[in-house]
Design a binder for this molecule. Structure first.
Ligand code: ZN
Length: 346
């Protein structure tokens, strides 16, 4: 007999799909606010996995990733339970904002508390109803506003299970990121629930490549956990490379930035990444790479102030191998999207 699964007092039977509204603080206008959760239970027993998005309310790629995963036909043969939470920070999404109305960052407010700030209460609700019911989690993020991120996985790679799943997600670039205080990833990790963080694209934008890679990554993890059947298409996973460290190259002066490198580009020490200029083109400064690495994040806003982070460069043992893998990965993904859309599309 499969184990019972109960969320917010509601029992979800095997072989069913149910949307549960978790009530959060209502709006000023007396309008009730809910955190919508969809629980998909397979007929057979298996792990319980949550996939969450929009903890930062302006990070929308994950909402679309979850929508596509939920419509994917592979779920018909699901074993175990998928708990999908496409909009964690409901207030943030309503305001197109990363934050809660009091400017608190929800992803610094975990594990939260029942009587704390609105952020703390939301975090507490998520920990109790979602994390408390799951064995694993995948948390979907994007770069901040006006910043694009190369699809990448951040996880505590010193945790063997997180390391295994991070490599099976299927992106070439992995960042072993220290657990950040107050993050969902840390709070869940403390409770023995490993969480992968997928970062891709830019806030308030849909990025098709990032979304596709994210959908396939979530499905890859569910397959690796034995919740979905192996894919019939024999598409090898990309070779995962773990960054040794990363740093931001900052604006040498204020002005307008013209960028000359794309996400995923290989750069060497002293390479030109862009130029910051005044509006007359009289005062120009070249932005140079401080060392060899791969561009994993980039600002998309030409307006920059001195000191602003412009390019996020990750260092690898063999950056040229990573660049070659990324190029193959990108062109394969493009070919896949035109030839074999059927399987991945909804
Ligand atoms: Zn985020």
């Amino acid at each position: 007999m499969p184990q019972p699964f109960t969320i917010h007092g509601q029992a979800i039977r095997p072989g069913t799909r149910t949307t549960v509204d978790l009530p959060v603080a209502q709006l000023h206008t007396h309008t009730p606010v809910n955190m919508p959760v969809q629980v998909v239970r397979g007929r057979g027993d298996g792990p319980r996995v949550f996939v969450s998005a929009a903890i930062h309310g302006d990070e929308l790629n994950g909402v679309e990733i979850i929508r596509r995963v939920l419509r994917h036909k592979a779920l018909k043969r699901l074993r175990g339970t998928l708990v999908a939470v496409p909009i964690v920070n409901v207030h943030g999404v309503l305001h197109h904002s990363r934050y809660l109305p009091d400017r608190r960052d929800l992803n610094r407010s975990f594990p939260g508390s029942e009587r704390g700030s609105l952020a703390a209460r939301l975090a507490h609700l998520f920990m109790t109803e979602v994390v408390g019911n799951c064995d694993y989690g995948i948390d979907l993020h994007t770069g901040a506003i006006h910043r694009g991120n190369l699809p990448q996985i951040r996880a505590d790679l010193d945790d063997p299970e997180a390391d295994r799943l991070a490599k099976l997600f299927g992106v070439p670039v992995l960042l072993n990121s220290a657990l950040r205080d107050g993050s969902l990833r840390q709070a869940a990790g403390d409770r023995g629930v490993p969480v992968l963080l997928y970062e891709a694209g830019e806030a308030l934008r849909f990025d098709e490549f990032s979304i596709r890679v994210g959908v396939r990554g979530v499905l890859n993890v569910l397959r690796a956990l034995g919740m979905l059947r192996p894919s019939r298409r024999k598409r090898p996973l990309p070779e995962p490379y773990v960054a040794r460290s990363s740093n931001w190259v900052r604006a040498p002066q204020s002005g307008f930035l013209r960028t000359t490198v794309e996400l995923g580009a290989l750069v060497k020490k002293g390479d030109r990444l862009g130029v910051v200029s005044d509006p007359f083109g009289e005062q120009e400064e070249t932005v140079k790479a401080l060392g060899e690495g791969i561009v994993v994040g980039r600002t998309n806003l030409p307006l920059v102030n001195e000191g602003d982070g412009l390019f996020h460069i990750a260092r690898f043992k063999a950056a040229d191998e990573v660049a070659a893998e990324l190029e193959a990965f990108q062109s394969e993904e493009e070919a896949f999207s035109t030839n074999e859309r059927g399987e991945e599309a909804d």
